[in-house]
Design a protein around this ligand. Structure first.
Ligand SMILES: Nc1nc2c(ncn2[C@@H]2O[C@H](COP(=O)(O)OP(=O)(O)OP(=O)(O)O)[C@@H](O)[C@H]2O)c(=O)[nH]1
Ligand SMILES: [Mg+2]
Length: 366
């Protein structure tokens, strides 16, 4: 829970009034008061004013004075009064967890629970942070708490002739905050501790508030209920958040898988098409090659054939030339030998070629 420092939002729950009867609003009965508010607003000074003695440390300065909740008792106008002073909201020197623990402890040390929470603001300063305080208190202590709350304005000596009603009327946010506390407010001048009338008036207003609340006080049980509800809400919101994150993750993974599948199919198709095109090109090329085989290549086929079977040609030519030459010499002497050799060579070459062709065909058959 972002309790200190952030605007707190809580869904509205059904109000269940839990009043712990305090016999009746008896002026002789004790009163338990808790002071809440920002640092330096005068909580400790107001606690001292109520008790009529300086029992809490109160000092000017930028560093927070009160660091833990503590209770002091005194008899005020014949009545037993307990006042719990607390560290300031938005205290930057304490961790928010520690601060929250201390503020919550105020309820326990005013056991069985405070009759009044006084939310302290100085008359001359009301900022965004002050505006958030009632909501923060409500979030921490539950909706019931504002029924037991009242705004206590300090620095009443700095009103400079103006009335607090005037100040409230002209500031819409302040008016809203006062309304959240059932329109209850009071002004203190802590520089005038001897002014007991301001304290008696405050106790009177607290008595009226108790009457309005049917004679009860805020209880530890109310805090525990509020705490339980808050934990349940936190748990529920964490559960929802986790569920949404998991769903988004699954969706993301599915999308990745889908994209990978699309990419795989695309690549496979592309490769198949490429291979098909390649195969078709090769076939076409071969057909073209066959069709366009030029004469010279045909001739080069004969060259190949000749180089392979040249021995048949040579033997044929040589044998033809010798036989032809011999036969020619016998018939016509030297001239006959030459002519017979040439004719015999040509005939021998043809015979060698025919033999080579027969051998070639046989080899192909095998
Ligand atoms: N003039 C004037 N000064 C006041 C009044 N109330 C408180 N102060 C002064 O304001 C200063 C702060 O008062 P504290 O009582 O220490 O304030 P606090 O809210 O307890 O502050 P933390 O403990 O730090 O949270 C002190 O110097 C007080 O004297 C008041 O009614 N009038
Ligand atoms: Mg203090």
């Amino acid at each position: 829970m972002e309790m200190i420092g952030g605007r707190c939002t809580m869904p509205k729950r059904q109000r269940t009034s839990v009043n712990i009867p305090n016999s009746s609003v008896n002026h002789h009965l004790s009163r338990r008061i808790v002071l809440l508010g920002k640092s330096g607003v005068g909580k400790s000074a107001a606690a001292n004013t109520i008790l009529g003695q300086t029992v809490f440390e109160s000092a000017v300065g930028s560093i927070s004075v009160t660091r833990e909740s503590s209770v002091k008792h005194a008899t005020v106008s014949g009545r037993s009064v307990s006042v719990v002073d607390t560290p300031g909201f938005f205290d930057t020197q304490m961790s928010s967890e520690h601060l929250m623990i201390e503020i919550v402890r105020s309820v326990y040390i005013s056991s069985p629970g405070p009759h009044a929470f006084l939310i302290v603001f100085p008359v001359n300063r009301f900022t965004k942070q002050e505006e958030e305080i009632p909501q923060m208190i409500e979030m921490l202590f539950g909706e019931e708490v504002l029924k037991y709350s009242m705004i206590l304005f300090t620095h009443g000596d700095q009103l400079e002739g103006r009335s607090i009603e005037e100040i409230i009327a002209e500031n819409e946010a302040l008016r809203y905050v006062v309304d959240q506390c059932g329109g209850r407010f009071h002004v203190f001048n802590n520089k005038d501790q001897n002014n007991r009338e301001q304290v008696n008036d405050l106790l009177q207003k607290i008595d009226t508030m108790i009457e309005q609340n049917g004679g009860g006080h805020y209880s530890n049980q109310m805090y525990e209920d509020a705490y339980r509800i808050r934990r349940e809400e936190e748990f529920e919101s964490v559960r929802k958040e986790t569920e949404m994150r998991v769903r988004a993750e699954i969706q993301r993974e599915n999308e990745i898988q889908r994209q990978e599948e699309i990419e795989r199919v695309r690549m496979e198709t592309e490769m198949r098409v490429r291979a098909e095109i390649q195969r078709e090109n090769n076939v076409r090329k071969q057909q073209e090659e066959k069709q366009n085989t030029p004469e010279c290549e045909k001739r080069s086929g004969f060259k190949k054939f000749f180089s392979k079977y040249c021995k048949y040609f040579l033997i044929g030519i040589a044998a033809g030339a010798i036989i032809g030459g011999g036969a020619g010499r016998d018939v016509c002497g030297v001239v006959g030998e030459v002519v017979g050799g040439v004719v015999g060579g040509v005939v021998g070459g043809i015979v060698g070629g025919v033999v080579a062709l027969i051998v070639h065909k046989r080899q192909r058959r095998h």
